[in-house]
Design a protein around this ligand. Sequence first.
Ligand code: GLC
Length: 546
Amino acid sequence: MTGVPGTDGPVPWWREAVCYEIHPRAFADGNGDGTGDLPGATARLDHLAELGVDAVWITPFYPSPLADGGYDIADHTGVAADLGTPADFDALVERAHALGIKVLVDVVPNHTSDQHPWFRAALAAAPGSPARQRYLFRDGRGEKGELPPNDWQSAFGGPAWTRVEEADGLPGQWYLHLHAPEQPDLNWRHPQVTAEFERVLKHWLDHGVDGFRVDVAHTLFKADDLPDAGPGQHQDVHRNHLMPYYDQEELHPLFRNWRTLLNHHPAPAGAVAPHERVMVAEAGIFDRERLARYVAADEMQQVFNFAFLECPWDGAALRDVVEESVRAMRAVGAPVTWVLSSHDAVRPVTRYGGGRAGERRARAAALLMLALPGAAYVYQGEELGLPQADIPDDRIRDPLWERSERRHRGRDGCRVPLPWSGTAPPYGFGAAAPEDCWLPQPADWAELTVTAQQDDEDSMLTLYRAALRLRRDHPAADTVLRVQGPADGSWFAFDRSARLRCLVNFSARPVPLDDGARVLLSSAPLDGRTVPQDTGVWMIHEEYPR
Ligand code: GLC
């Protein structure tokens, strides 16, 4: 085994891991009610073993009124009845571990559901009472408290405050919700909140999980006195860290405590050893130096690189994101955690232009991402090249739709049930009639099913399977990443290891392969020994070292 720079230890599993995101209601339906569930997911873990992933991250499966796809949680240590039972969760973990797949779950500490017992107690209690102090209740501004306490905006649109009715039936205090009104923000300066989430972490560790994805990790603390944020909130993400509800200093001691907890809480059989557990931050902070603080040696291990996901299909821009991300993360000794898609983002095939062009670019992007040093997250359906689906108005579930006064259709288009087999909906997702499916599947996905793709050597699934296998055979050399290519970014190349080199051509001008190099994998057919437009190639040099 090679070592981590500066230490003699073996490379921790997560540094180069590929982790597959399961959005359980849309993954596989085990009981035929049209909604994906935990037994359905367990039965399909073989697909992931064959794909070659190291871990899965399961998005919230906890009891929830589903005001925000399960990110509004009424019980952080329960299992939603429509997804299964606690025993079904244990069975999933056991099967995953038997297949050599680690399991990460979501922890959602910023807010609860409005149906959480704490919030119900807060509503029933009087202003200023202890039950209200676990959330962020404030009196309104204006003569009669009729204006929100400050100008903060919800990420889903509209004010981040909702006014409650007090016991006397009159309008009273306001509570903060950075997301939907059904997701009241917790007060992270309250000791009971801190203690409760330590209990939540330990609960899932006791059930064998190997780590956590920390939801909106950058928003838990709000600046003292809740000052106005000013105009332009949510418009310029590059200024996110300056918002009074983002990226506050107190986050870091909290995550250090969580890291200590993870490092010391005993591990049950089958799970990784305590010091091998991982935390991955979802933090919408685009200042790279500030982002790198979340993965300092004594905090989390990974933080999603959303700059890569958000970058358009542009060689110069992508090259800059790649180089700058590696540089900033190296400065704190952390790998980059690459991500091309998630349950919150428009699918890459659509984002990069849609149709054949979008597909071709998404294939090249996959080879780019999977060659880069560091970890990668693959969102369910990315390996099938699913495009964003159109959802009819009356089936939209995302709160963004109503909160934006029906201007923003939201994220349901990437949360459509996976097509597994067959030629018509529900494509083997389960046994329910298509109209009873969690979200409607498009009628033209017959060629995108796992069955249709698995023996087709030109399919996206075959490309992902090959890339994951080769990536494992050719571990990234943990050296400084040297990117080469013309200044206009029309193509660039870099060495993954001493022998494996990745080249991506973005321009219409063909780029020659290296002399003497053998092609291991390419995202599109090559033109003799040249790489055509929107194509990624992995080539190998037989002579070592070059
Ligand atoms: C995260 C989740 C997203 C959710 C939000 C609020 O960004 O990924 O789906 O809406 O947090 O919990």
